[in-house]
Write a protein that binds this ligand. Structure first.
Ligand code: PGA
Length: 253
């Protein structure tokens, strides 16, 4: 097996977040010194919140500016507009963008409101916009218990681009429990997501996972050969991917 993923186990998620935020800050500052943009790929869900808190602290207490930062988010629910409090645009604004000096015009989240006959066009433009920005420097990922990255649910090959997907029942259940006030009927049944191929184009990928609930899928993603049954397992083929996990998520390794 030719698994190139580097695994870093941290005592706590706060310690992981501190180190990753410092790496992101160094990238942003190095690019600013060259008069260039840093391009970040961002994720939603409960996992990256601790990282965004640390980035906000670096902005407020250590003068880190986001003026030269462009971002692309992984995904968005289909059917929710950015003012809906469960949309990923709303999440990104309230968890990060509203608290730093980023130009919102340079923050991209797939548009969940385009009519069905324009979804493909919107997805192709999303991939083209990432390319036009110079590609993603660091892509942050969470992982679902189905092995999804972004909303790429199994079965999913390594070459998909940004596209519309039907959500897996376990994902709908997890997201209702965590976010939609427990109301499963309110969780949209489809989403728009960067593809696994889009994600693999990033120059560096950092997948975050905390807690025992992720231990099985972290084991599978790392230890079993890449398979459509576990989209995160395709990360084994990327040459610059780190799994940053806490001790509980690493407990089955
Ligand atoms: P979570 O979701 O961060 O809320 O656990 C991760 C994911 O589904 O990708």
């Amino acid at each position: 097996m030719n698994n190139k993923i580097v695994v870093k186990v941290y005592p706590t998620k706060e310690e992981a977040a501190k180190e990753i935020a410092a790496e992101i800050a160094a990238l942003i500052r190095a690019r600013a010194a060259e008069g260039r943009e840093a391009v970040l790929g961002l994720a939603t869900g409960s996992t990256p919140v601790v990282l965004y808190k640390e980035l906000i602290r670096l902005h407020k207490e250590e003068g880190l500016s986001f003026k030269n930062v462009t971002t692309f988010n992984l995904d968005e629910y289909y059917g929710l507009d950015g003012t809906h409090d469960q949309s990923y645009r709303y999440f990104m604004n309230s968890e990060l963008f509203d608290h730093v000096d980023i130009d919102k015009e340079k923050t991209h989240v797939p548009d969940g409101t385009v009519p069905p006959d324009r979804v493909t066009e919107m997805c192709e433009k999303y991939d083209a916009d990432i390319k036009a920005a110079g590609g993603i420097d660091i892509q942050i990922l969470g992982i679902g218990r189905t092995g999804h990255i972004g909303f790429n649910e199994p079965p999913c090959g390594p070459e998909t681009r940004t596209h519309q997907v039907k959500l897996n029942d376990l994902t709908i259940k997890d997201n209702a429990r965590l976010f939609f006030h427990g109301k499963i009927e309110e969780v949209p049944t489809s989403a728009v997501t960067m593809g696994v191929g889009t994600i693999l184009d990033s120059r560096k990928i950092v997948l975050l996972a905390w807690g025992e609930g992720k231990a099985d899928i972290i084991y599978k993603s790392l230890m079993e050969p890449p398979t459509e049954k576990c989209p995160a397992s395709w990360l084994q083929k990327h040459g610059n991917c780190v799994f940053a996990v806490d001790a509980d998520a690493a407990s089955k390794l």
